[in-house]
Each structure stands twice: as structure tokens, then as C-alpha cells.
Design a protein around this ligand. Sequence first.
Ligand code: PLP
Ligand code: COI
Length: 354
Amino acid sequence: MEVKVTRASKTGTRPKDEDLGFGTVFTDHMFVMDYKEGQGWCDARIEPYGTFSVSPAAMVLHYGQAVFEGLKAYKTESGKVQLFRARDNFARMNRSAKGLCIPGIDVDFVMDALKKLVKIEKDWIPETMGTSLYIRPFMFATDPYLGVRAAHTYRFFIILSPVGSYYAQGLQPVKIWVCEDHVRAVRGGVGEFKTPGNYAASLLAGEKAKEEGYNQVLWLDGIELKYIEEVGAMNIFFVINDELVTPVLNGSILPGITRYSVIDLAKKWGMKVSERKISIDEVLAAHDNGTLKEVFGSGTAAVVSPVGEIRYKDRVINIGDGNPGETCMKFYNALTAIQYGQAEDTEGWIEFVE
Ligand code: PLP
Ligand code: COI
């Protein structure tokens, strides 16, 4: 399938790198394609970024049949543009799509389309360490129909946004609040898929956490409210003694690409890594007996983010001395060195745009 390109007649200006936050500025163009029954994905095009119309009866607006992804392009010191594990994101998108009864995409085709789009928007990619071009692919049901069933028509977009750090405080430790009266996902549900409903389900608890002065919610399992799952937009890691522990994937946790990268690096470095069930009580006990060394989250937007405080019921525990821990920084430095082309990509995680 050809990708038809229509250039924007007016172009915007990229903010200065130091003014970039997360997800508020968008580039001049976007990639779009449609899905029609009998035709499959069709009418692929790169066109000026802008609003579009759907029917008020579009199924996504009523029943939430949609999936999305989040990945990044980085500019290296030599001016090359590279994508980090992009194929893994599109593979996950296809798994999410399957879980939501949305037709899958051809990963090779979409990778080519993404490269074409990023090439056009090259000047929008910020240059300093810690900034990048955030890539948001998403697809959703468009049939104008009020009955509940899987749709027959869909639209797929890729939009681009130059970003700085996800948390306003950058790499300073974040505060997380363990939620005991809401759950994000349950076994057999859609927790492992990147679908908007999971984020909608997290909002009420997220607002409560914010009111209490916390950045994000740490979710417990939906059955016993005992085992740790993940944070709002990150997977979670604990350093207990010299063991790196992260909750085992159980169907209700998003299988983070950064999570896999941290695990792979840790194994390569000879660290003891455990993907296992870990309860909030174990974390509190490890804190009390002095074996909880570090806590950090991992995610595309957040990279690796230290956690400095956890609140559970009326207990508040502080981890570290207010600065990012040594292990967290080791992962941060190793990952960003690969992402920004400063270290050799020995794992095959990088794909060049040009
Ligand atoms: N968990 C949730 C709920 C997320 O939204 C994200 C972000 O994408 C992650 C974990 C981390 O996943 P990844 O490392 O693929 O960005
Ligand atoms: C990401 O890390 O890419 C995310 O999608 C997290 C969040 C902004 C939803």
C-alpha cells in the first residue's frame, strides 16, 4: 500500500528544549489509515495534523473499543534519528488489538510509515538529553452504531509530540500512594492491554492520590488487594537486599517494554532478578528491617523514575535520601545511553530512521 503525503501549508515552531513538558505540543503532520470490512487497512496517508470528524454515534465514544501505544524517537549527537524497540511496541499493539477485537496491523508497513512521518518531522525532534519525540499510535472503532458488538470499521493514527520529562520534577523521586479501595484491572480482564478504559478506570484513585500530595497510584491486585501490580504509567521494581524484584506478569499488568529492558540489562550485569508475586506487606517489612534499598518505576514516558515515598493506609515509608538511588541511576544511564546513541546497541533495540 502506498502512503500518500499531503504537506501542511502552515508549520508550527518547536518550543525550546528547556520549555518542553509532556504531551502538549504536536508536530505538523500525522499518519492516518482506515479499516473497512472486505478491504482491510486502506487509504494510508500522511496529512497535516488537525482535528477530524467522527459520527457522534462512533462506537469508540460509547463502548471504548480502542488501543494505543507510546514509544519514542531520539536524536543522537551526530544528528541521526533512532527509534527504541519500536517493533516491540507495534507487536504489543497487535496483542492489545486482538484483546479488544480490533484488526491487527502489518508491523513492517507501519514501521515504514512511521519512519516516513518522523523523517518529515525531523526538525521537531528535540536535541538535549532527557528530551525526545514521543510517538503515539492509536486506533479505534468508528462505526456509527449503538449496539454492543465489535465494530466493522476503524481508524489508525500516529501523532508525534516533542517532550521533556513526564514528571514535572524530572528525575527527583516521586511519591506514590497505594490504593486500597479501587483496582485498575482484574484477572481475565484487559489490564495487560494498552486500552483507554484502563486509564479511565484509574482516574478517580489518581485524583484522590493527587489530593493527598502523591504523584501516582500504586495498584494492588484486584482479587486480594495484597500483591503489587504496577503504577499508573509505569511498571515497578524493588531492590531488596541485592535482589531486583518486579511483579510477575499475570494478565492484569501492562507488559512494559522498559520493564523488559531493565530485566535484560540486570541479567546481563549478573544481578539477581526475580519476576514474582510481591505483597505490599513484604515491601513494608523489608523497609522495617532495612533490606528495602530502592524502589523505582519504568516506562517509556517516565524512563526510570525513583520512588522516594510510599503511603499505604496510614503508614508512610521513605526510601533513600531524597536523591535517585544508585541502581535506579545505573539503569537510567545505561538505557538513555543506548537511546541517545552514546552506547553501543548490543541488544538490537535500536532502529534508525535515517
Ligand atoms: N504500565 C502502564 C499502565 C503504562 O501506561 C506504561 C506506559 O506505557 C507502562 C506500564 C510502561 O510500559 P512501557 O515501558 O512499554 O512504556
Ligand atoms: C508511556 O509511557 O508511553 C505511556 O503511555 C504512559 C502514559 C502517558 C499513559
